[in-house]
Design a protein around this ligand. Structure first.
Ligand code: FES
Ligand code: FES
Length: 164
């Protein structure tokens, strides 16, 4: 498979999960394991453009695929706008959920959303659990990132959740 644009090849047991492959064979430990019930979303990565919980995908199912992890979002020395928004809005406390949260937000914003109201953002992030923040600053980060990524659509009124 390709991970963050680079070809990687390892022989693994059939039962190896994608998250294990990324952490143990690729040393990409930004993808976290936060539960054993497929609920927390800390392991979220992108596989062939879709956000997936990498604890629910076998590594062999990603054979030949394109995987993007949180380590693959920044460009040279520039953070991705979603990463920058989490910094600016302090969208984290302990940070354990943050890589998965950022990947889920990046996926949500990868096509310009038609709404940024609370309900829409809640639905987009319903697969990701944060035990610390109360979500308020995470939601602010979503709107901040949308304004940076789509200034014409969301630059002016992003904070209010309505199209500019
Ligand atoms: Fe919790 Fe994957 S580790 S959903
Ligand atoms: Fe601690 Fe989200 S910042 S779990």
């Amino acid at each position: 498979m390709h991970v963050n644009g680079r070809p990687v090849e390892h022989e693994v047991d059939d039962r190896t999960l994608l998250v294990e492959f990324l952490r143990q064979h690729c040393a990409l430990t930004g993808t976290h394991v936060g539960c054993d019930t497929s609920q927390c979303g800390a392991c979220t990565v992108k596989l062939d453009g879709a956000a997936v919980k990498s604890c629910t995908v076998l590594a062999c199912q990603a054979d030949g695929g394109q995987v993007v992890t949180v380590e693959g979002l920044a460009r040279e020395d520039r953070l991705h706008p979603v990463q920058e928004a989490f910094v600016q809005c302090h969208g984290l406390q302990c940070g354990f959920c943050t890589p998965g949260m950022i990947m889920a937000v990046e996926h949500f914003l990868s096509t310009c959303p038609s709404s940024l109201d609370d309900e829409t953002i809640h639905q987009a992030l319903e697969g990701n659990i944060c035990r610390c923040t109360g979500y308020v600053n995470i939601i602010a980060a979503v709107r901040h990132a949308a304004a940076a990524m789509y200034p014409q659509a969301w630059g002016g009124n992003a904070a209010r959740g309505a199209h500019a």
